[in-house]
Design a protein around this ligand. Structure first.
Ligand code: G6Q
Length: 544
């Protein structure tokens, strides 16, 4: 298969696609009960391991033939070639003409990827070293605020990719975090977010990290200006900014205009997409929380999974298998969503983080060469930590009319051992996967003496697919492996669909229209929108 075939043949014209369509006709009717009964080793065979993660994908509606065909599809779509092109720094983000090199952010010192004559890994480590020196100074109290007091509060201002990763990582790694430092995050342009995040904080002990790749994002710059006024309201003169504001950005010019000393700016590069940036300088708040060594453990976890993705044969490759299964359900079973349920309270923001990673990456309707797709692309990702979800929406997954493939994530050891909580928690992971797969038959319900009229209500059809992902413990390293697992699963899906997983043009239009509307809210200018938008603006003018 040449690279040209891999990129030019429409997906549905591929041989493996046609075979999968036929194969789906046969598989659709088969039940996991039957698949397990006919293959006693299935639960030990359909598993894969790498970088400390264990993936049980046996409770999916697949046979060995399914996997074989999906792997053939991956081959026909040039998955390995495209993966290698990404690692080489080729400009695989075609609509923005950019390399896609978040994998370089976690390469160890000494490795090298050269882009336009520059060794980007060397640059990455220069920034990491500067971040580490800064983090050490703040954490030790050596960095003093304007009035000579040490920093006690860190507020990250950013949105989208400059917020969701830092928030998620802070929550996920709280156990490893400095408890005598307060961390808050401001993203929403709703002033409530800023007011509540700064409530009770003393400006003389507060450091703001303005995180913005472009340093032009309306929400972030509005919040940063308010932070500036909030600080100067107490600290008085402009020279205080240098001690209380640092920037994470690729735009040195705008950072300087804002008044932040370029020495206090931590850079990254246009080859890091926002939603792939939590391991770049955007992770400065994470490093302040867990320390430079913890941050390097996080990077080591990312890198271990990168190496797994890069070198493991596709049939044992965790993100490849997960990505192909997502295609299987989305395109052949018409599943519209994927549920991600981490059985860890620390991972409460992980589903929100994954929503951006997956949906901003693969929510596209044109192919790399601009043709409209005639198949489904990215699913809606959603989720909540278990066991909470079980007491709310799992009902629909068990007995509703929609097929929702679910990822269940659990850990061997808790970071907070209290009595038998962890065994109870984990018993629910296994019980849910079991119940979803095998359900409860009419005969079983009857055998319990259930009255006839109630029997249908108590039947669980089962045949609901799950992936179970297990790791030993939620450490910085493990978090890195988990995030990279989903990053590369997204990559796999995007490659099969032939779309650009690294641009995000779909967020532009709303931003442009909002900028046009702002002055219309503030004055009584004539309105020239559609009748609905005009009426809404008039109503708001009357209400404000
Ligand atoms: C992510 C997107 C987007 C971006 C935000 C913030 O991939 O590009 O979520 O991260 O719009 O952008 P800035 O970092 O430039 O403020």
């Amino acid at each position: 298969m040449s690279t040209t075939d891999a990129t030019t043949t429409p997906l549905r014209a591929r041989a493996a696609w046609a075979s999968l369509e036929r194969h789906h006709g046969a598989i659709r009717e088969r039940h996991l009960r039957e698949l397990f009964a006919g293959d006693p080793m299935r639960g030990e065979r359909l598993v894969a391991e790498g970088a400390g993660l264990y993936l049980d994908y046996s409770k999916n509606r697949i046979t060995d033939e399914t996997i074989g065909l999906l792997l053939r599809l991956a081959e026909e779509c040039g998955l390995a070639e495209r993966r290698d092109a990404m690692f080489r720094g080729e400009r695989i983000n075609v609509s923005e003409n950019r390399s896609v090199l978040h994998v370089a952010l976690r390469m160890p010192k000494g490795e090298s990827v050269v882009v336009d004559g520059v060794d980007v890994v060397k640059e990455v480590h220069e920034v990491l070293d500067r971040m580490s020196a800064f983090a050490d100074r703040v954490r030790s109290g050596e960095w003093k605020g304007h009035t000579g007091k040490a920093i006690k509060n860190v507020v990250n201002i950013g949105i989208g990719g400059s917020d969701l990763g830092p928030v998620m990582a802070y929550e996920a790694l709280r156990h490893f975090s400095r408890r005598d430092l307060t961390f808050r995050f401001v993203s929403n342009v709703d002033s409530t977010d800023f007011v509540e995040a700064t409530r009770g904080l003393a400006p003389e002990e507060t450091l703001f990290i303005v995180s913005s790749k472009t340093f032009t994002t309306l929400e972030t710059m509005t919040n940063a200006q308010s932070a500036r006024e909030w600080s100067l309201g107490t600290l008085g003169d402009d020279s205080a900014i240098a001690k209380h504001f640092v920037a994470v950005s690729t735009n040195a010019e705008e950072v300087t205009k804002f008044g932040i000393d370029p020495d206090n700016m931590f850079g990254f590069w246009d080859w890091v997409g926002g939603r792939y940036s939590m391991d770049s300088a955007i992770g400065l708040s994470t490093m302040l929380a867990i320390g430079p060594d913890g941050f390097r453990d996080l990077l080591a976890g990312f890198h271990a999974l990168d190496e797994h993705f890069r070198t493991t044969p596709l049939e044992r490759n965790l993100p490849v298998l997960m990505g192909l299964l997502a295609v299987w359900y989305g395109d052949f079973f018409d599943a519209q969503t994927v549920g991600v349920m981490p059985y860890s309270q620390y991972l409460q923001r992980f589903p929100a983080y994954l929503q951006q990673l997956t949906m901003e990456s693969n929510g596209k309707h044109v192919t790399l060469d601009g043709r409209r797709v005639d198949y489904q692309t990215g699913a809606v990702f959603w989720g909540e930590p278990g066991t909470n979800g079980q007491h709310s929406f799992y009902q629909l997954i068990h007995q509703g009319t929609k097929l929702v493939p679910v990822d269940l994530i659990g850990f061997g050891k808790t970071l907070n051992p209290v009595r038998d909580h962890h065994d109870i928690l984990m018993s629910n992971v296994f019980a849910q996967a079991e119940a979803l797969a095998f359900g409860k038959t009419e005969d079983e319900v009857r055998a319990e003496g259930t009255p006839d009229a109630i029997v249908p209500h108590r039947v669980f059809e089962g045949n609901r697919p799950t992936n179970v992902i297990l790791a030993e413990q939620l450490t910085p390293y493990a978090l890195g492996t988990l995030v990279a697992l989903y990053e590369h699963s997204v990559f796999t899906q995007g490659t099969i669909w032939g779309i650009d997983s690294f641009d995000q043009w779909g967020v532009e239009l709303g931003k442009v229209l909002a900028k046009r509307i702002i002055p219309e809210l503030e004055s009584e200018t004539e309105l020239a929108h559609d009748s609905s938008t005009n009426a809404l603006i008039r109503r708001y003018r009357a209400l404000r």
